[in-house]
Structure formats: structure tokens, C-alpha cells
Write a protein that binds this ligand. Structure first.
Ligand SMILES: [Zn+2]
Length: 240
């Protein structure tokens, strides 16, 4: 068994999560393979050029996603809860590509949203002017601090991911890296496993299918949905 890596003296874990963890909560995210997100070309709804062309289209797209996220049909699933439970045993830091609030709702303490947060907006005049936002957004909504136009707080193609300083610090200080439900194709996610390998620290990949990075990981759980495999991982880690 390769899972002797779970017996090392692990105190802190960096866990990267992606679309696969939210999928069973009835959330459809961007699928790179066909370039669309809920039938929209991603360059119209997830790129600054699309925003320049048609702000009403972009706002209505995220308004739909936001109201869906807040609807009773969307709840955290067993994968979110299994990860939240690990807070009891480890310094467990989640870095997520997901823009939902499902990790928070499941009770996870530290959730860093590298691609932003669907339930907040920011001001075009000042990136630090960020506000929680649970209603529809329109081009008639302006920053309460400076009057700038408000935009959904989601990182689009060609834009910088958020919180890289904090993520870099966690990469350096964590004892283990776990990638859950992401193909790890997007930078810098795809480089984290390589950095952990250089530091000779254990790495685990949990995904429905093997990924282009799978050979780099010490241990992998594949072929099962996140609600099954993340719970399996939790039990392995806790030696249950
Ligand atoms: Zn402002």
C-alpha cells in the first residue's frame, strides 16, 4: 500500500478544491472542453473584453448563477462536510477555485477563494472596495465608498488570481498537499504539486478521472465521485 504517507507526522494540510467538489451540489461550472459555461461562450461572460462589450449580459449571467447558488436546491455535500471535519484534527487550509460559498456553509474555517466569490462585488475604481452581494447586480449599482461601478468579484480569464501571497505562504509551511476535484490545469494550481515534491512532502490527488498531473502525485483516489472519494480520503487520513 502506498498510503503509508498518511502515517507521517502531518499537522498542516493545504487542500486545493475545484469544480468536482461542487458538482454534486447541483452547481455547473465552466467546462474547459467546449469553451462554454451554461451555454454561454466564456469570452462573453468570463473575460474583461466581454464585460466591456456587454455589461448587462455579464450581470444577468452572474445574477442567474448567484440566485441559483442561494436557492434551496444548492447545499453543501458530503465532500464539503468531510473536509470541514478535518479542521478538528489538522490545521486544514482550503484554497478553492470555486466561487460558491459551500465550503463556508459546511463549516470550514479557512477558505481562500483564488478565483473570487460569487456573493461579493468589487468597485472598478478600487479593487480593495469589496462588498458582500446577495441580490441582483445592475449597471445602476455603484460603490458606496467612491461611486465607482460595481462588478462581480470573480476572476476572469486574463486576470490575476487572488490571495497569491497567502497561498505561497501556505505552500511553504504545509506538511501535505491534497488536490480535490480539479484537473489542476490552471496555473498556479498545476505547479503546487511540483513544489511539494521538491520539498519532499506528501501529495494526494482525488478526482473522478486521472489528470495530466496524476503521475506527479504520491497517492491518488480516482473513479468515484467526490462525495465518496473525499470521505474515503478523510477516513484514510484519520486511520478509521
Ligand atoms: Zn469604490
Amino acid at each position: 500500500m502506498k498510503n503509508n504517507i498518511f502515517n507521517k507526522n502531518i499537522k498542516s494540510i493545504l487542500c486545493l478544491t475545484g469544480a468536482g467538489v461542487d458538482a454534486e451540489s447541483n452547481i455547473k461550472t465552466f467546462r474547459g472542453s467546449d469553451g462554454t459555461w451554461e451555454g454561454h461562450d466564456i469570452y462573453n461572460v468570463a473575460h474583461p473584453d466581454g464585460w466591456k462589450r456587454d455589461k448587462d449580459l455579464v450581470n444577468s449571467f452572474y445574477n442567474e448563477r448567484r440566485s441559483h447558488l442561494l436557492s434551496p436546491s444548492v447545499k453543501p455535500n458530503k465532500a464539503h462536510y468531510a473536509l470541514a471535519e478535518l479542521d478538528k484534527y489538522f490545521e486544514f487550509n482550503i484554497v478553492t477555485q470555486n466561487i460558491s460559498d459551500l465550503h463556508k456553509r459546511a463549516g470550514s474555517k479557512t477558505v481562500i477563494q483564488m478565483h473570487g466569490n460569487l456573493l461579493s462585488v468589487f468597485c472598478e475604481n478600487n479593487r480593495e472596495h469589496i462588498f458582500e452581494w446577495k441580490k441582483n447586480l445592475s449597471t445602476n449599482d455603484f460603490c458606496p465608498k467612491c461611486g465607482g461601478l460595481l462588478r462581480v468579484n470573480v476572476v476572469w480569464f486574463s486576470e490575476q488570481v487572488l490571495h497569491m501571497d497567502k497561498i505561497d505562504e501556505l505552500i511553504k509551511t504545509s506538511d501535505m498537499f491534497v488536490s480535490c476535484g480539479t484537473s489542476s490545469l490552471v496555473a498556479p494550481a498545476n505547479t503546487i504539486v511540483e513544489i511539494f515534491k521538491q520539498m519532499n512532502k506528501p501529495t494526494v490527488e482525488i478526482n473522478l478521472e486521472r489528470t495530466v498531473s496524476s503521475d506527479l502525485f504520491d497517492y491518488g483516489l480516482y473513479g468515484k465521485p467526490a462525495t465518496v472519494s473525499v470521505v474515503e480520503f478523510k477516513n484514510l487520513l484519520l486511520d478509521k
